[in-house]
Design a protein around this ligand. Structure first.
Ligand code: ATP
Length: 303
């Protein structure tokens, strides 16, 4: 994870409770529950067919869940909440022979937003300089930025994006990533569906991992997609164990969990931790390596 909004609060902006959805015999979502914290960039991560688009469709009132509920802004009426949410589920149809400026005029009129918002939005998505060029002359990245710009009309507090980097080249992907970070810094909570671990890891603060309609894990990206080696250790005198480990180089972080200490290590082997403890008069009663790369963890979770 690289970006973390300065507006990150723990308050939930969206709460999803036990949501299920079937298409005939196909169970697309199976009792999904999680909260999206205000100020987060929240990734809904999962392979194709895991139910991401269905979930976004439900929270945007485009699809109806068979079971469960969801609530925006602490129980605000859905019609009122929708006015505070910008979304991009499918690529909008822009007129190829019109400029970004004129295309947004049409979008603003359809959505009943004032025209004055256009320039703010074009600046926000970095299209001010090209706003009068025809849409057909834009790169794919610029087209996608315009689509996000259209979703930003009306100054929504939340932006919901389905696979926003699909089909883009690395430069276009980087542009969208930067834009998402910038919008988040402006205080917008962003929910992104993606099948790309890399994208979620680089831009999201929080993640929910779906597999075949089931929620596998959710929480801060740092916790859920931990890439470093983790060691679990335990000894009779836990306070002394912690003091001793604080002195060991290679131990980057120590976190008490479930009556043990969880160590985040770099460049040291478990036996070295054991030796260090022995030398300092501590006999470990438990020592377990939890070694996983991000990729292997994701594959293991979703495969
Ligand atoms: P992708 O990344 O491929 O879009 P996804 O994670 O967004 O996948 P969904 O599109 O929500 O997943 O699909 C979840 C499951 O529901 C899949 O098995 C899909 O085939 C099925 N599904 C989605 N929409 C429909 C529909 N309209 N009718 C029947 N089945 C559907």
């Amino acid at each position: 994870m690289q970006s973390c909004s300065t507006f990150l609060h723990l308050q939930s902006i969206l709460s999803i409770q036990n949501v299920s959805k079937s298409y005939g015999p196909i169970r697309a979502l199976n009792g999904i529950s999680f909260d999206v914290p205000e100020g987060s960039v929240f990734g809904v991560l999962g392979p194709n067919g895991s139910g991401k688009t269905t979930l976004l469709g439900i929270i945007l009132d485009v699809l109806k869940a068979n079971n469960g509920t969801y609530s925006w802004f602490d129980g605000m009426k859905h019609e009122d909440a929708r006015r505070q949410i910008g979304s991009l589920l499918e690529t909008p149809n822009f007129y190829h022979y019109l400029s970004a400026y004129n295309n947004l005029e049409i979008t603003a009129a359809i959505r009943q937003h004032g025209l004055e918002d256009r320039e703010r939005v074009l600046k926000l998505v970095g299209l001010s300089e090209r706003q009068h060029s025809k849409f057909q002359t834009y790169s794919l990245g610029m087209k996608q930025r315009l689509a996000i710009g259209a979703a930003l009309l009306g100054s929504p507090k939340v932006l919901v994006l389905d696979e926003p980097t699909n089909g883009l080249d690395p430069a276009g992907i980087a542009e969208i990533r930067e834009l998402i970070r910038k919008l988040n810094r402006e205080g917008i909570t962003i929910v992104i569906a993606s099948h790309l671990l890399d994208e979620v890891e680089k831009v999201c603060t929080h993640v929910a991992i779906l597999k075949k309609g089931n929620l596998l894990l959710n929480g801060p990206v740092d916790d859920v997609l931990r890439s470093e080696d983790q060691l679990e250790v335990k000894a009779a005198d836990m306070a002394q164990l912690e003091r001793v480990l604080q002195l060991m180089s290679g131990v980057k972080k120590i976190r008490p969990a479930d009556g043990m200490l969880q160590l985040t290590c770099e460049g040291i082997e478990p036996q070295q931790v054991n030796e260090h403890c022995m030398k300092n008069g501590i006999v470990l009663s438990h020592l377990q390596l939890k070694k996983r790369s991000l990729e292997s963890k994701f594959m293991e979770l979703t495969n």
